[in-house]
Design a protein around this ligand. Structure first.
Ligand code: M6R
Length: 605
C-alpha cells in the first residue's frame, strides 16, 4: 500500500526522501512523487511507474529545499497516472495520503459548488482542496487542518505541507498507520519504522484519531478531540542499513532460503527442548479454560490459520473457527464466553484483520496477535502478542512469514493441548522434539532446489494449474495456488483432493498440471486415488511425497520429500510450492518481488 515520508530537515530533502521511499518499495506501488518547500514555494515532481522513473524526472528537473514529503502510491481511486500520483497540491498546500476517504464524493460536490476545480480523480485531492478552502477562509493552519480532519470519513494517514510555513508539517492517522520520527533539530513522518530507518530510531506511533504538529525543534501530538497528548517514544529495532538480497536474485528467493534459519529462530523462542516443554509468553488469561478458538487472517496468513485448525482440534480438542478477515465481522460471528480470538498477520497492519481484531476485543474475547512486525497496530492492540521472529519480509509474496507463523501456531497447539490435559508430559516432549527437526528437514527440501526448478519450467507455459491435498495439506494446496497466481500470473486453484470429482475435474486435460501434495499419512491412499482419476483424464500429475513406493508410472513428475511428523509436514511442503511459484515466475520474467497490482501491507478494506 501507499508509502509516506515527510522530512522537516536541515539538509537537502529530496535524496533523503528518495532513500526512504526505496525502503518502502516492498509495500507495492505504481507511481511516486515528492514535493518540497523551496524559497517560500511548494514544488513537486511526480511520475507513474517505479521510483527509477521519478529519479529520471528529478535528474532533468531537480528539486532543492530541506523540507519535503514523498509518496509511493498504490492506486485506489483513479489509474496510476502522473495526474493521480501524490503529492496533491493546490496553490497553498501539498498532501500525501495512504488510505481511502470514503465521503470524497459529497465533499467534492460541495467544493465544486464553491468554485474549486480538480486536476485528477483521486479522493486525496479533495483533502487538499478542502484544507485550502479553510485556509482561504482565513483559518490559521492548525485550525484549518483540524477542521479538515473533522470532515473526513474513512481510513487515512496524511502528511501535509503548507506554503510559506517552512517550519511546519502536519500528520494525521485514522485507520492507516503513521509514525513520527524524532531527530536533532529535525523531525519526520513515515508510514512505518522502515520508512524512517535511516533518519531516526526514536519513534512515536500515532494512535487512532491522533494528529501531529511538527516543527524543526518540537513535536506535539493531539487526540481526535484536539487535546494535546503524550505518546510513548519507542526505540525502533529496524536496522538503518538497507535490507539487501545478498547473493540471491530476488528477495523472495532469499526469504525462501532463509526459512530453516528463521524457523529455528522462531521455535527457539517458544520451545524448551531440554525440559521437553513449550514456553509461551505470560498470558493474561487462563489457557486451560478457553472454550473455543477463533482464527482470523487474510491471504497466506489465513492459510496458516487453516492449518492450525487441524492441529488445535486434533491435539487440544478445542473447537476452532477460521475466518477470512474481510468477511468475519459481517457474518455476525457468535463468540463463546471467555473465547480466544487469534489474529494472524505478517505486517500487523492489514485493515481487515485489524478491524476483525477490534470487533473481537469489543465483544470481550481474549485477543492474541501473531505478527512479524512488532511495532504494528495489531501488536499494540492485542492482549497477547506472539511474534514470529521471521525478520523483515520484503518480497510481496509471503514465504518465511508463513512457515514461521506455522511454527508458532504448532507450539501454541501443543501448549493448549497440554493446558487442557489432552496430552501428557511425555507426549508434549515428543511434539517438542518433532518440531525441533523442522529446520534440518527444511534445509533438505531446499537442497532439491534444482529438481523443483526443472518442474517449475515445465508448468510455466500452462494456463491453469491445480494444487490438491487432503486434511492438513489442503491449506498448503491453496497456499501453493495463491503463490503461483500472485507472482507468475498463472491461473491456479487449490482443492481438497476429494472434491475434484464434484466439479473441478471437468477442467482436466493434457495441458493442466496438477500438483498433488501427498505425504505418507493416513490419507495418502485416498489422495493417490484422486491423482489416478486425474491421470486417467490425461492430467499432468506432479507428486510431492515421501512415499518412495508410490507408483510413479503415468505421473508427469515426482519430487521426493523427507518424512516428518504431523506438526512438521505442512511446514516442509510449503517450501516446494513456494519454489515452484518462484521459478515459474522467473521463467515467465515477471516482477517477482513486486508483482503487478499487489501490495505488501494492505491497509484499506
Ligand atoms: O500482513 P498480512 O499477513 O496480514 O497480509 C495478509 C495478506 O495480504 C498476505 O498474506 C498476502 O496474501 C500475500 N501477498 C501472500 O503472499
Amino acid at each position: 500500500m501507499c508509502g509516506i515520508v515527510g522530512i522537516l530537515g536541515h539538509a537537502p530533502a529530496t535524496p533523503r526522501i528518495l532513500e526512504s521511499l526505496k525502503r518502502l518499495e516492498y509495500r507495492g506501488y505504481d507511481s511516486a512523487g515528492i514535493a518540497v518547500h523551496d524559497g517560500g514555494e511548494l514544488i513537486r515532481r511526480r511520475a507513474p511507474g517505479k521510483l527509477s522513473a521519478l529519479e529520471e524526472v528529478l535528474s532533468e528537473n531537480p528539486l532543492s529545499g530541506n523540507t519535503g514529503i514523498g509518496h509511493t502510491r498504490w492506486a485506489t481511486h483513479g489509474e496510476p497516472t502522473e495526474a493521480n500520483a501524490h503529492p496533491h497540491m493546490t496553490d497553498r498546500v501539498a498532501i500525501v495520503h495512504n488510505g481511502i476517504i470514503e465521503n470524497f464524493r459529497p465533499l467534492k460536490e460541495e467544493l465544486l459548488k464553491k468554485g474549486a476545480s480538480f486536476e485528477g480523480e483521486t479522493d486525496t485531492e479533495v483533502v487538499a482542496r478542502l484544507l485550502t478552502s479553510y485556509l482561504d477562509e482565513g483559518l490559521a493552519p492548525k485550525d484549518a487542518f483540524q477542521k479538515t480532519l473533522s470532515r473526513l470519513v474513512g481510513a487515512f494517514a496524511l502528511c501535509v505541507l503548507i506554503k510559506g510555513e517552512d517550519d511546519l508539517m502536519f500528520g494525521a492517522r485514522e485507520g492507516s498507520p503513521l509514525v513520527v520520527g524524532l531527530g536533532e533539530g529535525e523531525n519526520y513522518l513515515g508510514s512505518d519504522a522502515m520508512a524512517l530507518a535511516s533518519l531516526s530510531s526514536k519513534l512515536i506511533y500515532l494512535e487512532e484519531g491522533d494528529w501531529a504538529e511538527l516543527h524543526h525543534d518540537s513535536v506535539q501530538v493531539f487526540d481526535a478531540a484536539g487535546n494535546a497528548v503524550e505518546r510513548t517514544v519507542t526505540i525502533s529495532q529496524v536496522a538503518a542499513t538497507m535490507v539487501d538480497k545478498g547473493n540471491h536474485r530476488h528477495f523472495m528467493q532469499k526469504e525462501i532460503f532463509e526459512q530453516p534459519t528463521v524457523v529455528a529462530q522462531a521455535l527457539g523462542r517458544y520451545l524448551d527442548p531440554n525440559a521437553g516443554k513449550v514456553r509461551m509468553p505470560h498470558m493474561p488469561f487462563e489457557l486451560a479454560t478457553v472454550p473455543k478458538v477463533t482464527l482470523v487472517a487474510c491471504g497466506t496468513s489465513y492459510y496458516a490459520a487453516q492449518v492450525a485448525r487441524y492441529w488445535i482440534e486434533k491435539l487440544a480438542r478445542v473447537p476452532v473457527e477460521v475466518d477470512i478477515a474481510s468477511e468475519f465481522r459481517y457474518r455476525e460471528p457468535v463468540y463463546a464466553d471467555g473465547g480466544l480470538a487469534i489474529f494472524i498477520s505478517q505486517s500487523g497492519e492489514t485493515a481487515d484483520t485489524l478491524a476483525a481484531l477490534r470487533h473481537a476485543k469489543a465483544a470481550g474475547q481474549h485477543v492474541a496477535a501473531i505478527v512479524n512486525v512488532m511495532g504494528s497496530t495489531m501488536a499494540r492492540e492485542a492482549d497477547l502478542v506472539l511474534p514470529i521472529h521471521a525478520g523483515a519480509e520484503i518480497g510481496v509474496a509471503s514465504t518465511k512469514a508463513f512457515t514461521c507463523q506455522l511454527s508458532v501456531l504448532a507450539a501454541l497447539a501443543v501448549d493448549l493441548a497440554a493446558a487442557k490435559g489432552q496430552i501428557n508430559e511425555e507426549q508434549e516432549a515428543a511434539f517438542v522434539q518433532e518440531l525441533e527437526t523442522a529446520p534440518k528437514l527444511m534445509a533438505q527440501v531446499l537442497h532439491n532446489d534444482e529438481a523443483i526448478e526443472e518442474i517449475a519450467r515445465s508448468i510455466a507455459p500452462a494456463r491453469d494449474v491445480l494444487f490438491v491435498g487432503r486434511g492438513i495439506h489442503f491449506p498448503i494446496a491453496m497456499e501453493g495456488a495463491l503463490k503461483l497466481k500472485e507472482i507468475s500470473y498463472i491461473h491456479a486453484e487449490g482443492y481438497a483432493a476429494g472434491e475434484l470429482k464434484h466439479g473441478p475435474i471437468a477442467l482436466i486435460d493434457e495441458n493442466v498440471p496438477v500438483i498433488g501434495i501427498a505425504p505418507k499419512d493416513d490419507l495418502i491412499d485416498k489422495t493417490v486415488s484422486n491423482l489416478q482419476e486425474i491421470m486417467a483424464r490425461q492430467g499432468k500429475v506432479i507428486l510431492l511425497s515421501d512415499n518412495a513406493e508410490e507408483e510413479a508410472e503415468g505421473m508427469f513428475a515426482r519430487l521426493e520429500m523427507p518424512s516428518a511428523g504431523e506438526l512438521v509436514t505442512p511446514i516442509l511442503y510449503a517450501i516446494p510450492v513456494q519454489l515452484l511459484a518462484y521459478y515459474a515466475a522467473v521463467e515467465k520474467g515477471t516482477d517477482v518481488d513486486q508483482p503487478r497490482n499487489l501490495a505488501k501491507s494492505v491497509t484499506v478494506e
